[in-house]
Design a protein around this ligand. Structure first.
Ligand SMILES: C[S@@+](CC[C@H](N)C(=O)[O-])C[C@H]1O[C@@H](n2cnc3c(N)ncnc32)[C@H](O)[C@@H]1O
Length: 288
């Protein structure tokens, strides 16, 4: 049985979590003032970096020694100006005490362009200085809290599927993964900024054992909790918007039949447990 806590509250203070109680953090912070989804949400870039700084500090506090923090983010173009979010996030995590371990580029299918087709400018003006490439990537930053002490005995249940690892080229620093289109329905769930299941799926398998605790401080539609549940891990997610609860419930299939493994899901509104739902979930080793 796995446990899942969905906490509606600000992840800048994860006061429900004890020091060193989490085994893996994987998340996608809000996009800095992204056109459409996050337009004008942050008063300044400094405000945005303050959020990243607070969440990095809290992540460092709650993560067990040696464990991994993964941040899916990317530089952001806002009104013609590119903000160096990847570089700044890396610096902030290092300042918070993490080791910078790796950077993966997530390459999306070529047909996918989230913001605009800037590259058309040069077709209209085929001369130097009109080059504006279209962005089809995001970045996956991997940080570590000190060094991991490898256990003497290995957990056979957390054994990786090496064929899957090889065939899908997890061993490269470029991962080809299909994105979730904004407003596309992902398991009947429409939400603008979800990452694909495949992202937490790879990270959770690579950096946690069955039965451990996975944290997503910016839970959104609940993708990380859903995948953690499918992979036999416990999860904690923070989310500011209470309105997302029906979307999270749908993603976690709360109240939808009982098939194999039981999971306990708690919805918590800062200090008040608003509901505890027992559900069951298919644990068949299917790709999610
Ligand atoms: C990019 S989305 C995450 C999407 C998620 N990975 C998914 O697959 O659905 C970022 C989320 O962070 C939430 N958020 C923003 N600031 C927050 C904060 N201080 N504490 C908790 N959640 C926050 C937003 O409401 C938004 O739903």
């Amino acid at each position: 049985m796995t446990r899942h806590k969905i906490i509606f509250g600000d992840c800048r203070a994860m006061k429900e979590l004890e020091d060193e109680s989490i085994h893996l953090m994987v998340t996608s912070p809000p996009y800095f003032n992204a056109p459409f989804d996050y337009k004008g949400v942050f008063a300044s870039y400094g405000d945005y970096l303050a959020l990243i700084r607070d969440f990095a500090g809290e992540t460092h506090r709650v993560l067990a020694p040696g464990r991994i923090a993964v941040v899916n983010t990317d530089d952001m173009l806002v009104e013609g100006e590119k903000y160096p979010i990847v570089a700044d996030t890396t610096l902030i995590f290092r300042e918070a005490g993490f080791r910078y371990r790796d950077k993966i580029v997530w390459r999306k299918p070529e047909g996918y362009i989230r913001i605009s087709r800037r590259s058309g400018v040069i077709l209209q003006n085929p001369y130097p200085m009109y080059f504006y490439p279209d962005n089809i990537q995001e970045t996956i930053l991997i940080f570590q809290k000190g060094r991991y002490v490898y256990p003497k005995t290995r957990d056979p249940e957390s054994h990786l599927d090496i064929r899957e690892f090889q065939e899908n080229k997890w061993y490269l620093t470029v991962w080809d993964m299909t994105n979730v289109l904004p407003n596309a329905k992902n398991g009947n769930v429409a939400y603008p900024a979800a990452f694909p299941n495949e992202l937490p799926y790879r990270i959770i398998k690579l950096f946690s054992h069955k039965g451990e605790w996975v944290l997503d401080p910016f839970l959104g539609s609940g993708t990380t909790s859903r995948v953690a549940m499918q992979l036999g891990r416990n999860s904690v997610g923070y989310e500011l918007q209470k309105e997302l609860r029906p979307i999270i419930e749908q993603k976690l299939q709360v109240g939808q039949g009982s098939l194999f493994d039981e999971a306990v899901i708690e919805f918590i509104e800062r200090d008040i447990i608003v509901r505890e739902a027992k559900k069951s979930y298919r644990t068949k080793r299917q790709r999610v």
